[in-house]
Design a protein around this ligand. Sequence first.
Ligand code: GLA
Length: 386
Amino acid sequence: MTIEELKSKFIEKYGEGEINGYFSPGRVNLIGEHTDYNGGFVFPCALSFGIYCLIRTTERKSVRFASLDMPFEAEVKVEELNIAIGKEWVNYPIGVFAQFMKKGLTFDKGADLLFYGDVPTGAGLSSSAALEVVTGVVINETYGFGIDRIELAKMGQKAEHEFALVNCGIMDQFVSAMGKKDHAVFLNCDTLSYDLVPVILDGVKIVISNTNSPHKLDSGKYNERVAECHAAVKAIQPYQQITALGEISWEDFLKVEDKIENETVRKRARHVVSEIQRTTDAVKALRAGDLLKFGVLMNGSHDSLRDDYEVTGFELDTMVEEGRKIEGVIGTRMTGGGFGGCTVSLVKEGAIDTFIEQVGKNYHEKTGLKPLFYVAEIGDGGKKLF
Ligand code: GLA
């Protein structure tokens, strides 16, 4: 859909007048999975697809929500923009309005909003974070609140906690707000200090493979993993003064690993601590131009998510196994929360057609599902379009 088409959809819905347009991207995480809510490192990049939001302010003291992707629509009084509506998609933007209200900010005008997404939903590419961040940017700029980008990312995360009931980390909202074209964000999720690292992949592309098996982040499994990590911290505390798994090095972890009695909790901790080490190693490798090493670390990440963190499943594992059979695949792993969704692979340009054809065919034969493939373009974080 072009910008002009989007504008005419807006006019069809709300009539003629001034319109402003904003966009925030989805993301693909290159490495550093399930580390963010443990105060560890992540290394995601913003995608060129995401969520668009068109807005016009009105004299009515209410906000109207509509989407080109979802049939449900709502009109909410400005003083009620902190009340959830059933289990509808509008709770994501409403959850963000609610964060502004919590800061004591009020809306002196109403607004008409129209959303549209070109990021596949339920694919683990953070369509919900993109929706939260675009809403935050729209509100901030329209009402002139002057809140900085990192705070907007945190408000998106809170909206997710309070209105979608997922205790997610900060990665998705952060990269959607702060990403930069052709860069990945090396983020310390404890301090929120970050580096934008150029992604220079000489003759290699990032390929995203969608298993088309929807990831079910709200299924409770995600919150279960968060709780298991807290249990691991508790089990380690008598031996090491830590408040989060991100505070213990791999070497120190090996010394206390045996003290964690519950085997499941021990495995979860082993994934998190080793993944944090892999992430810093991977960023070093990329900076040094050592893509082969980066690929080996990506593979290690998947195996750890499969064996120790147990968030992959048949479809993601099949996609990864089939990918690894193709010559020219440098590394491949699941990306995002897991339990379905997408994998991310580094593939030599000359091998991409074979990859899509062979992996597509074999994956379909084994799972009965038709996968989708996207050659990723790394885009910018949330911005005003017009
Ligand atoms: C989801 C969450 C993120 C992060 C990833 C796993 O995408 O929203 O905060 O925890 O899972 O790395």
